[in-house]
Ligand binder design. Structure first.
Ligand code: PEP
Ligand code: MG
Length: 882
């Protein structure tokens, strides 16, 4: 095996394709060097060595030492300097560099090779003793900290003390003699702390530093970072050893970082900062105010300091040429680091630059126009999830914010308003033209009107598929869920968090994209969908195989979804309509009746209202396919709360309050989510589904006539576990349809089912005998496969994620291994029975890019998601197909 890859002098043994082996930094250096860009020579020790080193208790593979020695000799030849030579010493940097960027997580040592002899050589050679001794003390400080484990505060204390007794305030005021004194004290401190001398032998320094970098792969913060960012612990880091160049050799030297395009807007111009007479770490450390590279940047940042373009025009031009060169070569925007040593430019790093969603769109479209990439590549360039940023208002990044609590980022967007603790109050405020933030321990379907009226929603309990999260995403309302530090006192109409008490009417702001709740009003900025967005989405649509539908149950949702490119409705949940004002009483009357006659009497009141709802939806959808699910939630959820509501129901039904109270107790369930819900309702109370079927088909018939369109309706039966459940319900639906559609030719309907129970997935072959289509309800399927409660899992899911038991929240990203396997089984068995079975997914995963990719892989026909996630699904589906 080859463990060491050299680069420099317009050549390289590695290339950009070897990220896994050389790490991002090593691969970038090799590629730049081979391109003929000015890269100081050096070599990369592979990530494979890191893995071996950490597995074998700090042992290196045999032959490594010789390879390093050989590569070092080449660097010596190319630089004309010698490692450890007192006259012309070679100094090197030793840096980590993993496959994925892990900023600041691992260790780096600069100026390695300095000792009591070579520092004098550096002083003579540079003609600047002050610079030489400053470099030496930086080296001792870094080496002492990183390699020898002497905490950096010891060094800072020494430096501070030295400045104090000499009446100095800035590092730049220290003379060569001052630094010499500091160097002495540093060495003494190291001896005192470790019992060892600071090593004078450069080769020993080098190997110690290499080992320290390899070991830093396993330090606590790197391990945590990898866990949080889904980076494998097995990858390891590479070590890059490279000849030092100095940005701190006077005013014709500098160091800086840049993006080849503006990472915020995507504008095609060099964008970045630099510091004159400074070493790399000074830019990141933020001690001095960096200067802008371009004059335009200077004006935009209202900087008084001159731009590089003005101070070093030639070097600037050279840097700009490198920018074009790199972009053309990589076909993407790059994030680069450079150093200028006495007027000469050196490149130290290049990698693909991170960018905002709007910059990503602009860069992708511009690069297609520039002929740098094609449309397929452009589609691959934009992270589907990032489109969220574009569709919702966001906090003004310049605004100040005071965070009072954090919860889950359940639904993106930002909103400010007065806090209220009930749905009714939210609605009242909205009617009065004011903005409300609805704060609840959790929400239920009863709160829909208030959630709709509110500008934003905060809950203190529940996870990413809790009622609040699902509904808020559907409505496009910002929502922070499970902000458990907050406690709400409904009686006092207050909420408190860490000693701070907020009253109803107090202003808060929430950011549903980050999960933060802030006090007061924080200004927001509105989204604007650019032409780039439309263009890229058009390309995406031409590539994807999956259909993209919407989960929508209000006219507003439907309109929004069409605007975002939905091709129909994949899930219309009818229960939300049951809670609308004016019908909840009749619905309760129906549930609490103890006879079919009683229920039919109440359903008669509901029918015309449901019919109108459906008609409105059919009108908006103008003949696009619409899948309507018959009533699903447990009856439990519709029960009246409190005396007043019971009286209301009793009056409407013409029965006594005692009767109502008794029935409430009877209907109440301990486990409603596994209770009297879904098709179980349709079987026990067939008249409910009968009413809904009639309402749907009559509405479709009316609109078909009115608008002269053909209407396709899919009637979907929820929570089926056994074939005969579906058979019984379907027979009843067909019977009702025959009556409702007598003589009607423009309305076509089919019956299908949700697959949301493991038994249904396993029995898909039988169930498909009754079903024209399946739609995977992965919210319930996840819940029932894991035996996890959608609403309560929030109390331990974070621990499970932190401990690595769950990679990710299975309610957000589909669990491919478990739930996914059940889906695959269902697809296979279902299609065996009915080859033209239509297959869709309509759980929350339909708006998650990874899950959409899985749906493509297993050959589903479509996914359905909430309106604001339709563009995400479209783009993710295209990426899956490419
Ligand atoms: C599901 O279970 O995935 C689903 C779409 O239905 P609901 O969320 O309404 O239970
Ligand atoms: Mg469900």
């Amino acid at each position: 095996d080859k463990y060491v890859y050299a680069f420099g002098n317009g050549k390289a043994e590695g290339d950009a394709g070897m990220r896994a082996l050389l790490g991002g930094k090593g691969a970038g250096l090799a590629e730049m060097s081979a391109l003929g860009l000015p890269v100081p020579p050096g070599f990369t020790i592979t990530t494979q060595v890191c893995t071996m080193f950490n597995r074998h208790g700090g042992q290196y593979p045999s032959g490594l030492e010789a390879d390093v020695a050989k590569s070092l000799a080449t660097v010596e030849k190319l630089t004309g300097a010698r490692f450890g030579n007192a006259n012309r010493p070679l100094l090197v940097s030793v840096r980590s560099g993993a496959r994925a960027s892990m900023p600041g997580m691992m260790d780096t040592v600069l100026n390695l090779g300095l000792n009591d002899q070579t520092v004098r050589g550096l002083a003579t050679q540079s003609g600047d003793p002050r610079f030489a001794y400053d470099s030496y003390r930086r080296f001792i400080q870094m080496f002492g900290d990183v390699v020898m484990g002497v905490d950096h505060h010891h060094f800072e204390d020494i430096l501070d003390h030295h400045k104090k007794i000499n009446g100095l305030s800035l590092d730049t005021e220290l003379s060569a003699h001052d630094w010499q004194d500091v160097v002495c004290e540093y060495k003494l401190k190291i001896h005192e702390q470790t019992g060892r001398d600071f090593p004078q032998d450069p080769r020993m320094q080098l190997w110690d530093a290499i080992s320290a970098v390899f070991r830093s792969w396993s330090n606590a913060r790197a391990v945590t970072y990898r866990r949080l960012n889904n980076i494998s612990h097995d990858w390891g880091t590479a070590v890059n050893v490279q000849a030092m160049v100095f940005g701190n050799m006077g005013d014709d030297s500098a160091t800086g970082v840049a993006f080849t395009r503006d990472p915020a807007t995507g504008e095609n111009a060099l964008y970045g900062e630099y510091l004159v007479n400074a070493q790399g770490e000074d830019v990141v450390a933020g001690i001095r105010t960096p200067q802008q590279l371009t004059v335009a940047g200077k004006l935009a940042h209202r900087s008084k300091l001159p731009a590089m373009e003005e101070v070093m025009p030639e070097v600037f031009q050279e840097l700009n040429a490198v920018r074009h060169n790199l972009e053309k070569h990589y076909g993407d925007m790059q994030d680069i680091e450079f150093t200028v040593q006495r007027g000469k430019l050196y490149m130290l790093q290049t990698r693909v630059g991170k960018r905002t969603a709007s910059a990503a769109l602009k860069i992708a479209c511009d690069m297609v126009d520039e002929g740098v990439i094609n449309e397929d590549q452009a589609v691959m360039r934009v992270d589907p999830g990032s489109l969220n940023q574009l569709l919702h208002p966001t906090l003004d990044p310049k605004a100040e914010r005071q965070i009072i609590a954090r919860g889950l980022p359940a639904s993106p967007g930002a909103a400010s308003g007065q806090i209220v603790f009930s749905a009714d109050e939210a609605e009242r405020l909205a009617h009065a033209g004011q903005k409300a933030i609805l704060c609840r321990a959790e929400t239920s379907p009863e709160d829909i009107h208030g959630m709709h009226a509110a500008a934003g929603i905060v809950t203190t309990r529940g996870g990413m598929t809790s009622h609040a999260a699902v509904v808020a995403r559907g409505m496009g309302r910002p929502c922070v869920a499970g902000a458990s530090e907050i406690s709400i006192d409904y009686k006092a109409n207050t909420m408190s968090v860490r000693g701070l008490v907020l009253n109803e009417g107090d202003l808060v702001t929430l950011d549903g994209g980050s999960g933060e709740v802030m006090s007061g009003h924080v200004p927001t900025i509105d989204p604007e969908l650019s032409g780039d967005f439309t263009r890229l989405m058009r390309w995406a649509d031409s590539k994807r195989k999956l259909g993209v539908l919407v989960n929508a149950d209000t006219p507003e949702d439907c309109r929004k979804a069409l605007e975002f490119g939905a091709e129909g409705i994949g899930l219309c949940r009818t229960e939300h309509m049951f809670f609308e004002a004016g019908r909840i009483v009749a619905v309760r009357e129906m549930i609490l009746a103890n006879s079919e006659t009683g229920r039919r009497k109440a359903l008669k009141k509901v029918l015309p209202m449901q019919r109108d709802d459906f008609a409105e939806i059919f009108r908006i959808m103008r003949g696009l396919p619409v899948t309507i699910r018959l009533l699903d939630p447990p009856l439990h959820e519709f029960l009246p709360h409190g005396e007043a509501e019971m009286h209301e129901v009793a009056d409407a039904a013409g029965v006594s309050v005692e009767f109502v109270r008794e029935r409430v107790i009877k209907v109440r369930e301990v486990n409603p989510m596994l209770g009297h819900r879904g098709c179980r309702l349709g079987i026990t109370y067939p008249e409910v589904y009968e009413m809904q079927t009639r309402a749907i088909l009559e509405a479709a018939a009316t609109v078909a006539k009115e608008a002269d369109v053909e209407i396709e309706v899919e009637i979907m039966i929820p929570f089926v576990a056994v074939e005969s459940e579906l058979r019984i319900v379907k027979e009843h639906v067909d019977q009702t349809a025959k009556e409702a559609l007598a003589g009607e030719h423009k309305v076509h309907y089919v019956v299908g089912t949700m697959i949301e129970l493991p038994r249904a997935a396993l029995n898909a072959g039988k169930i498909a005998r009754q079903a024209h289509f399946f739609s995977f309800g992965t919210n319930d399927l996840t819940q029932t496969t894991f035996g996890l409660s959608r609403d309560d899992a929030g109390s331990f899911l974070p621990t499970y994620e932190n401990r690595g038991i769950f990679d990710k929240d299975p309610f957000v990203h589909l669990d491919v291994e478990g739930v996914g396997e059940l889906m695959q089984i269902a697809v296979e068995r279902g299609r065996k029975t009915r080859p033209d079975l239509k297959l869709c997914l309509c759980g929350e995963h339909g708006g998650d890019a990874e899950s959409v990719n899985f749906c493509h892989e297993i050959g589903l026909d479509c996914v359905s998601c909430s309106p604001y996630r339709v563009p995400i699904a479209r783009l993710a589906a295209a990426q899956a197909a490419l």
